[in-house]
Write a protein that binds this ligand. Sequence first.
Ligand code: GTP
Ligand code: MG
Length: 296
Amino acid sequence: METKSVFLMITGRPNVGKSTLLNALVGEKVAIVSNKPQTTRNRITGIVTDGDDQYVFIDTPGLHKPKNLLGEYMMKAVGSASADADAVLFTVDASVPLNQAEKQALQSYSESGIKRILVINKVDITDKSAILKYIAELSSKYDFDSVIPVSALTGDGITIIWDEIKKFLVPSPHFFPADQYTDQPEKRIVSEVIREKALRLTEDEIPHGIAVGIEEFKERKGVILLRAELYVEKQAHKKIIIGKDGAMLKKIGTYAREDLEKILGARIYLDLWVKVKENWRDRPTYLNSFGYADKP
Ligand SMILES: Nc1nc2c(ncn2[C@@H]2O[C@H](COP(=O)(O)OP(=O)(O)OP(=O)(O)O)[C@@H](O)[C@H]2O)c(=O)[nH]1
Ligand SMILES: [Mg+2]
């Protein structure tokens, strides 16, 4: 049989559930998820191989107007994913009107003629009449190959996405081995899981200024020894992340370790430190060292 493949990009504004959708499609925790906008900072590949067919999903940072170098890097990652994609899963939340960045992106996808599906996510918490109104409004302005209401959280509607994207497969060699489900190195997976726990446990401006570096990653007698550094932008943030008597940092470490033991299938010893790097989101050297280099 002839092998086939397709590259599908998941895009949309921050917080609409793109990474949740990626994880639902791949059936593994590929990308971290939180209720803070701009959780995803890199393009993240999730791969599903079904016999002769290979689907390569590319999750991307949410569309927004960059306010610093990190934001610029994130939007470049969206551009590079667009260049590689055969099709777009444009993901929206029907409870909020389209913003300028979404309108611009939809316009440019219409003009480029790339295959595109409008995925209306979070139907589990959205009013039915609002969804219908949204579909009518968007379909009158833009052309889609299909419009699919889903809940990435409950899995509702995901099989319909599969039925539609099957049609986009084209004869091609496979780009990844059949058992590979992401292109992220283990170190990146570890730093992302730690960042997820820190994002979920903090509020206000702290989440946006968090980065994680893995300083040590080694295995000894079946135990993975990890030393990670959590970076924040201000001394005051460091205090909050550490918490009273170290309680917050301990919580972040415990939750991260639980997840990582499942993902890596080994016992984990996690040594977590907090450091301040002022203004790192505007400093190229730090961006580079935290994995936000120009080639995502
Ligand atoms: N109720 C409900 N919540 C959802 C659904 N999909 C995602 N969420 C929640 O929405 C929030 C954002 O989800 P993410 O998957 O991180 O969103 P994202 O679009 O990747 O966000 P960025 O990476 O910041 O651009 C999280 O709290 C998710 O649990 C859904 O179908 N229903
Ligand atoms: Mg995301």
